[in-house]
Design a protein around this ligand. Structure first.
Ligand SMILES: *Cc1c(COP(=O)(O)O)cnc(C)c1O
Length: 217
């Protein structure tokens, strides 16, 4: 299955985050042996136990809601945090990244779903948010793009419109605040059920779990 997904990503030049949450390390190792190096987890504690048991060249991505007090645990090694939606969380990532003398790539999570959701920056708040964030002058954060989740519905048109909103938000940010940024290039969107629509709408990174690993444990 993973090879078929990788083949589908190729024409779009998109990358795969294999979402391994709840999956045992044995299953992750199989996917690793197939050549996959980027894995996504949404719980810090689970991630910490897996990091110690799996090869060091895995790039771990944090994809779910992240509490500020947990940032310190992942700061030494995390390759990307997909879910930054508050200045306070960004500030904590900056602080912990500085302690480890490194820069941490982050994505701004945008609330694109029509469904009520607690997480993500509302599209109309994106400009004030980015102005405040850039105004901090934080040097250990690498703002690498945006992330979003479409509504969990069958209506393909709705999903397509939500992904298009994320792409438009990315294009707007790029052309207003990140014209000269080489780092700002990622649009993380698309999961097992909707990644094809996401690719068609400009995704650069899909986050797929169930299709690769089967049902979650
Ligand atoms: C679980 C999860 C995924 C993967 O979902 P699947 O439907 O299993 O592919 C992607 N993104 C986030 C943020 C998730 O929490």
């Amino acid at each position: 299955m993973i090879n078929q997904i990788l083949e589908e990503l190729q024409p779009y030049n998109a990358r795969l985050v294999a979402v391994s949450k709840t999956q045992p390390v044995g299953e992750i190792r199989k996917i690793y042996q197939a050549g996959q190096r980027i894995f996504g987890e949404n719980r810090v504690q689970e991630l910490m136990t897996k990091v110690d048991l799996l090869p060091a060249d895995i790039e771990w991505h944090l994809i779910g809601h992240l509490q500020r007090n947990k940032v310190k645990y992942i700061a030494p090694f995390i390759s990307m945090i997909h879910s930054v939606d508050s200045i306070e969380l960004a500030g904590e990532i900056e602080k912990q990244a500085a302690r480890h003398n490194r820069s941490i790539p982050i994505l701004l999570q945008i609330r694109i779903a029509e469904e009520e959701s607690k997480f993500g920056i509302k599209p109309e708040q994106v400009d004030p948010f980015i102005l405040e964030l850039l105004g901090k002058g934080w040097e250990n954060l690498e703002i690498a793009g945006v992330m979003g989740m479409a509504s969990f519905v069958d209506d393909e048109l709705q999903i397509r419109n939500e992904f298009r909103l994320l792409k438009d938000t990315f294009d707007h940010l790029k052309s207003t605040h990140f014209v000269d940024s080489k780092a700002f290039k990622e649009i993380s969107m698309g999961m097992s059920g909707d990644y094809r629509i996401a690719l068609e709408q400009g995704s650069t990174m899909v986050r797929i779990g169930t299709l690769i690993f089967g049902v979650r444990h």
